[in-house]
Design a protein around this ligand. Structure first.
Ligand code: NAI
Length: 463
């Protein structure tokens, strides 16, 4: 089986390795750097910056836990950037090594469909190589979406890639869009001494997050000095004496904020322009490739995975879709199940969730129960000095089946795996609470929140 994988991000490279394990002859075509958005300009570099930013916050708060720092604590932006590059390079090198060890051929260039079994690949030197395949997986990812706002092309207006590569730590930043990217960058730059303002179109931030948790995050950001303007529409970006001026409007009137940089974070769009998929009749909708639950397009033998399909634009979804596509190609019968997809937002405290939000449960007319446990009552959170969080379970009223779990607190993004497994196993509250949770951990608050569903939490007064 000759498999061509277009794109070497977390969708494409994972699919390539799995296919090689199952005996396929695999070629990956990548026009840029292996590792894709996630490793080079997404998940990994943002979390490197966040890690430094969080450490600064911890050092500054050190006196609260008996660690006094004498002298000035300063930010060495160049060293932070160098560390970011080093971490990224190490991971990209690792991917390269894994592909080589699995005998996956990697071709550098831009792929275009010639027919249902031929791709032409244009390389940087202008030469073109034809690749024949039995099956192909399109894993070409996404790029930032820049809306047609007046002034969005001015110097100093950046997207997430630009924000990761700034030469200096900016003094002020306006973020257009209070989604995951906007909120994560606010969490990076605000503690570093940058004045951050978020302008969001909707009445709340983080639209897909359970509203109660999004509101806690909004309040936390405001308490740390971030200005958030909801229900606000940006009308233009202009040059000003201090750099840039963002003009926006809401029901209270017309406003403007001056800032050194403006980050546009209003979503990403599928990246399929170079592929010319329409040439071979691959069906698309609003620029995204349509696939079935086996990840196959309408053209037999051609699959698509990851951001270019416009499903959940998350690295872990792309990787899992890649495994499903490959196993189907290699003769198995697999379906992609989105029920257990965790969403993580790397704010402080972190947010992680899986399954239904309370708003979704209401909308679906489900008879549900809620169990909540505040992390102020959790020993480990108190030790860590991070007590503003909460864990929220949403369960079905009749069977007590876990339908959704939302964690706002330290290590939320690590803790969510228990909840994802609970959904996978269709676990009930009884199964969570009869699982022994280690002490002292933040994780034991999961059990307490599950106990709270039936008013049985031990370390709080149940209401
Ligand atoms: P998003 O869709 O999460 O949020 C965009 C926000 O911008 C929304 O709140 C929307 O209401 C708002 N908006 C749209 N147009 C606007 C306008 N003209 N003015 C003001 N606000 C406007 O998109 P985002 O944050 O750019 O992220 C893109 C993708 O990357 C998402 O699918 C996200 O899940 C993914 N991602 C995931 C991360 C993670 O898992 N931790 C981290 C970063 C990105």
């Amino acid at each position: 089986m000759k498999l061509a994988v277009i794109g070497g991000g977390p969708g494409g490279y994972v699919a390539a390795i799995r296919a090689a394990q199952l005996g396929a002859e695999v070629t990956v075509i990548e026009k840029d750097t292996l590792g894709g958005t996630c490793l080079n300009v997404g998940c990994i570099p943002t979390k490197v910056l966040l890690h430094s930013s969080e450490l600064l916050q911890q050092i500054k708060a050190g006196a609260d836990i008996g660690i006094k720092v004498e002298g000035k604590v300063t930010v060495d932006w160049e060293s932070i950037q160098n560390r970011k590059k080093a971490v990224v390079n190490k991971l990209v090198f690792g991917v390269k090594g894994l592909l080589a060890a699995n005998k996956v051929k990697v071709i550098k260039g831009t792929a275009t469909f010639e027919s249902n079994n031929t791709l032409s690949v244009e390389k940087k030197d202008g030469s073109v190589e034809k690749i024949n395949f039995d099956t192909a997986i399109i894993a070409s990812g996404s790029v930032p979406f820049i809306p047609p706002i007046i002034g969005s092309k001015l110097p100093g207006v950046i997207d997430s890639t630009g924000a990761l590569n700034l030469e200096n730590n900016p003094k002020s930043l306006v973020v257009i869009g209070g989604g995951v990217i906007g909120v994560e960058f606010a969490s990076i730059f605000n503690p570093l001494g940058c004045k951050v303002s978020i302008i969001e179109m909707l009445p709340y931030i983080l639209p897909p997050v359970d509203r109660e948790i999004a509101e806690l995050t909004r309040k936390e950001l405001i308490s740390k000095g971030v200005d958030i303007y909801n229900n606000s529409k940006v009308t233009a970006i202009e040059k000003s004496n201090n750099g840039l001026k963002v003009l926006f409007t809401n029901d209270k009137g017309d406003f403007s904020i001056e800032s050194e940089k403006v980050l546009v974070a209003v979503g990403r769009r599928s990246n399929i322009v170079d592929l010319e998929v329409e040439k071979i009749g691959i069906r698309t909708e609003r620029g995204c490739i349509l696939v079935d639950d086996k990840m196959e397009t309408n053209i037999k033998g051609i699959y698509a995975i990851g951001d270019c399909t416009g499903k959940n634009m998350l690295a872990h979804v792309a990787s899992d879709q890649g495994i499903v596509a490959v196993e189907n190609i290699m003769g198995e019968n697999k379906k992609m199940d989105y029920k257990t997809v965790p969403s993580c937002v790397y704010t402080k405290p972190e947010i992680a969730s899986v399954g239904l939000t309370e708003e979704e449960a209401k909308k679906k007319g489900i008879d549900y129960k809620i169990g909540k446990f505040p992390l102020a009552a959790n020993g480990k959170s108190l030790i860590m000095g991070e007590t503003s969080g909460v864990i929220k379970f949403i369960t079905d009223k009749k069977y007590d089946e876990v339908l959704g779990v939302h964690i706002y607190g330290p290590r939320a993004t690590d803790l969510i795996t228990e909840a994802a497994l609970a959904l996978r196993l269709e676990a009930t509250v009884e199964e969570i609470v009869t699982t022994v949770h280690a002490h002292p951990t933040v994780g034991e608050a999961m059990k307490e929140a599950a106990l709270a569903v039936n008013k049985g939490a031990i370390h709080m007064v149940n209401k």
